[in-house]
Design a binder for this molecule. Structure first.
Ligand code: 5GP
Length: 194
C-alpha cells in the first residue's frame, strides 16, 4: 500500500535494527483518514473470504480493525491484555509473549461473540515473530470459529512471524512489508501490490 509506505518513510522512527516506531499515525496518535484507507485495503484483499467477524488485540489493533469492519460491514472484537472485572464468563484465553514489552501476558475474549459459523479475519498493527498472531488464532479456534486469514498493517519480513503463522495454514496479508531497518533506514520489499 503506497500511501502507508510513504507515511512510514516520512514519519517512522527506526529505534534500532528490530523496532520501528510509528506513534504519529498508528500506535499513539491515530490518523483516521489513513485508517480508512487501511480498512479499504483489507476489504479488497479479503473480499472473497466470506469474513463474518474481525478479531484484534487491544490497543493498537483496534483502529485499523474498526475501519476494516466498517468497510466489510462486520463487527470487531478486541481481545483484552488485562483481566477485566466484567469479562468473566465463557472466556477463551491464551498466553502471549510480547515482542516490545518482553513479557508474557494472558489475552482473552468472551466466546459469546463468536460461533462455529464465523469466518474470522485477525488484524494486528505489526507482525514480528508471530506470537500475538498465534495467541489470537488460539483463542478464536477455542470458540469453534474458523480463522480465514490474518491482516497486518506493518510486517517486518526479516523476522519469523510470517513463516510461523503460515505454518499453521493461515493466509497472511500485510499492507507494508519491511525488508530491513538497518542503518536507521526503512527498506521495503520490492513487490507488486505490497
Ligand atoms: P509478534 O507477536 O509478531 O512477535 O509482535 C507483534 C506485536 O508486537 C504487535 O502486536 C505489536 O504491538 C508489537 N510490535 C512488534 N514489533 C513492533 C515494532 O517494530 N514496532 C511497534 N510499534 N510494535 C511492534
Amino acid at each position: 500500500m503506497e500511501l502507508l509506505k510513504q507515511r512510514i518513510q516520512e514519519e517512522g522512527k527506526v529505534l534500532n535494527d528490530q523496532v520501528l516506531k510509528v506513534d504519529s499515525f498508528l500506535n499513539h496518535q491515530v490518523d483516521p483518514l489513513l485508517m480508512m484507507e487501511i480498512g479499504e485495503a483489507f476489504r479488497e484483499r479479503f473480499k472473497h473470504e466470506g469474513i463474518t467477524k474481525i478479531v484484534t488485540l487491544e490497543s493498537s489493533g483496534i483502529s485499523p480493525s474498526v475501519t476494516a469492519g466498517l468497510a466489510m460491514g462486520v463487527k470487531v472484537i478486541f481481545a483484552r491484555k488485562r483481566k477485566s472485572l466484567t469479562l468473566t464468563d465463557g472466556l477463551a484465553t491464551s498466553k502471549v509473549y510480547s515482542f516490545t514489552k518482553e513479557e508474557w501476558s494472558e489475552i482473552s475474549l468472551s466466546s459469546e461473540f463468536l460461533s462455529p459459523d464465523d469466518r474470522v479475519l485477525i488484524i494486528d498493527d505489526f507482525l514480528a515473530n508471530g506470537q500475538a498472531g498465534l495467541g489470537l488464532i488460539d483463542i478464536v479456534e477455542q470458540t469453534g470459529a474458523q480463522v480465514a486469514g490474518i491482516g497486518i498493517v506493518i510486517e517486518k519480513g526479516f523476522q519469523s512471524g510470517r513463516e510461523i503463522l503460515q505454518s499453521k495454514g493461515v493466509r497472511v496479508e500485510s499492507l507494508a512489508r519491511v525488508q530491513s531497518l538497518q542503518n536507521g533506514r526503512v527498506t521495503f520489499y520490492k513487490e507488486t501490490g505490497v
